[in-house]
Design a protein around this ligand. Structure first.
Ligand code: PGA
Length: 241
């Protein structure tokens, strides 16, 4: 696991966007694993800038997002599909049919999970996976648990995640209690992983991830086993290392 510390969130975003640009320069038909939440917003903004400057071309890219809330369709402004359209897809030349976010509204979500993993495999696997990290150490919506779940699956969100995500909704009661998320196995199968963490609220989770035991109680700690995982931090997120 490679850890790099930057002065602030802007510097992290710039470095992350450059890693994506390098990935596309090397392999124009890359399969990208993408993430939502507040952490990647600035990285996506930098990627849009690079695209506008002619330094990134997404025309052959496929993208698979980590997760989606159960019960929120693509038109719901708190859904992760909506987020991706607003924050990235609408501003670059990725083909809409090449962007994938698991459905949180299908009848059989177990089937959605199986089909999602199969689609990732059929696309050749993820070349570069972007991750944020929860205050509780989650990646995607893989919450602290007594075991790791490998495949894309339905998860019950913890109270801490529901509270942390209330800021995106009108009230806590509106936050969905479940999500569908890539599993830890799906995430770990990516050839390269880029985890970003910003701010002091993430400092303990970052410490547990980098310096702690590998345990499903801190899902991100599994990244210690990945041969090509890079963690980009601002100084606040790195303050407990
Ligand atoms: P955040 O969420 O980027 O909004 O802090 C990250 C996460 O929960 O994975």
């Amino acid at each position: 696991m490679q850890v790099r510390v930057f002065k602030d969130a802007q510097a992290v975003a710039k470095a992350a966007a450059m890693i994506f640009a390098a990935q596309l320069a090397e392999k124009s038909d890359s399969v990208l694993g993408l993430a939502t939440g507040s952490t990647p917003v600035e990285t996506y903004r930098k990627m849009i800038e690079l695209y506008n400057e002619g330094q990134m071309d997404f025309s052959k890219v496929k993208s698979y997002n980590l997760d989606e809330y159960v019960g929120l369709g693509p038109e719901h402004e708190c859904s992760y599909r909506y987020f991706m359209q607003e924050q990235l897809f609408n501003h670059i030349n990725i083909r809409p049919e090449n962007t994938f976010v698991p459905s949180g509204v299908a009848d059989n979500l177990d089937q959605v999970g199986l089909a999602y993993d199969e689609a990732v495999r059929a696309a050749g696997g993820v070349d570069l996976q972007l991750l944020g990290i929860g205050n509780n150490g989650h990646i995607g919506f893989n919450e602290p648990d007594d075991h790791f779940t490998s495949a894309t699956h339905v998860v019950n969100l913890t109270e801490s995640t529901i509270k942390a995500n209330t800021r995106f909704f009108k009230s806590e009661s509106e936050v969905p209690r479940q999500a569908i998320s890539m599993g830890v196995g799906t995430i770990m199968s990516a050839r390269k992983i880029l985890l970003l963490a910003l701010g002091e609220a993430k400092a303990q989770a970052v410490r547990d991830t980098v310096k702690g035991h590998i345990t499903p109680r801190v899902p991100a700690s599994v990244l210690q086993l990945h041969p090509n995982a890079i963690i980009l931090l601002d100084e606040a997120a790195a303050s407990k290392l």
